[in-house]
Design a protein around this ligand. Sequence first.
Ligand SMILES: NC(=O)c1ccc[n+]([C@@H]2O[C@H](COP(=O)([O-])OP(=O)(O)OC[C@H]3O[C@@H](n4cnc5c(N)ncnc54)[C@H](O)[C@@H]3O)[C@@H](O)[C@H]2O)c1
Ligand SMILES: O=C(O)CC[C@@H](O)C(=O)O
Length: 410
Amino acid sequence: MTAKISLDKSKIKFLLLEGVHQNAIDVLKAAGYTNIEYHKKALDGEDLINAIKDAHFVGIRSRTFLTEEVIAQASKLVAIGCFCIGTNQVNLEAAKRRGIPVFNAPFSNTRSVAELVLAEIILLMRQVPKANAEVHRGIWNKSAAGSNEVRGKKLGIIGYGHIGSQLSIIAESIGMQVYFYDIENKLPLGNAQQVASLEELLGSCDAISLHVPENASTKNLINAERIAQLKDDAVLINAARGTVVDIDALAAALDAGKLRGAALDVFPEEPASASDPFESPLRKFDNVILTPHIGGSTSEAQANIGTEVSSKFVKYSDNGSTLSAVNFPEVSLPEHAGATRLLHIHENRPGILNKINQVFVDLNVNIAAQFLQTDPTIGYVVIDVELENTNEALARLKEIDGTIKARVLY
Ligand SMILES: NC(=O)c1ccc[n+]([C@@H]2O[C@H](COP(=O)([O-])OP(=O)(O)OC[C@H]3O[C@@H](n4cnc5c(N)ncnc54)[C@H](O)[C@@H]3O)[C@@H](O)[C@H]2O)c1
Ligand SMILES: O=C(O)CC[C@@H](O)C(=O)O
């Protein structure tokens, strides 16, 4: 049986921003969703509000900021998709309070970032960025001074999650000794060793690479004091988030001749598009690699991300599944052929589930299956019933005090 959807699929609007991969569109179209507004750039201000206010789904990357104010204006929004790993650009709490799950692609670009970082470590340990800049200026400085193999050198990874641990494996495969610091106890892969303190890592490693998320604990994690703890000829890589490194402190250290070099892919302020200028005190250093937030920008990663996040949209829209949502109770649901599925998102307080079930008692309707998942603030219940016309049930579910959102899938 082909599932009928409550709202005609052609009326469900998908707003896709920041040039997400064509696969994202193909997946939606294959599932019957044709109302897709696509923009190559990030939107902000009035442009964003105008585009999002009648959207049911919005897909972004790292440059669109979905603040509380923006989400509040998007009254039809059903779900948000971050076509990337980071979700710091979305007010996850504000979305949750309105019953909007946020999805991402937690490891589709992991390998791309790890490969770029490894390449940068090798280039910096050989002083290639400086040599490259000099040769471009006609200077032929053929020297082995300050140039080293990475084999046998110590790599310190801060944040041993998906990217940090992937980097650990490939760095070890070319002979590096890997140490890492993480706020959690992590299973070390290969011969990597977890260290007890950041200080221990900073003072002992030849290359330091950051792979932490943006949050309060990582803001200016690498500040003047911590840069001073690094070995004088260490290399520092940040492909995590721009807020993690104090850029002025880094520039001051480089000016003073500290560090062999650095590579930065992310910045506290990033231009919204190619036509906006990029300003940074790091632009003047030949021994610093600067890239425009392209750690995850490979064809392979973007194609995978496009498919992954759009598939999560389709799954949530057609089936109600919230598996892998980052701000929402996760429910993985079977097909509901032959039954009507009602979805109810509510504040998590005592008595609401009873009231939901009472609706079906009153209507004398048998519940075929029920799935419930809660977190401390919200509850998400999915109810399969043998009922063709759900108008009354849905209306009564919406009347329950504490209801955030309710919808029906046939
Ligand atoms: N440059 C790019 O294009 C690019 C691409 C993908 C991801 N990223 C960034 O990289 C980050 C990491 O990605 P991931 O997939 O490895 O994430 P992850 O969640 O798998 O791993 C993050 C790790 O950091 C640890 N951590 C958190 N706070 C910490 C702290 N204060 N000190 C030490 N460790 C801490 C966590 O415990 C976790 O192990 C993302 O959050 C994203 O911001 C950048
Ligand atoms: O594609 C992007 O804009 C962000 C890439 C990366 O920082 C991520 O969080 O996955």
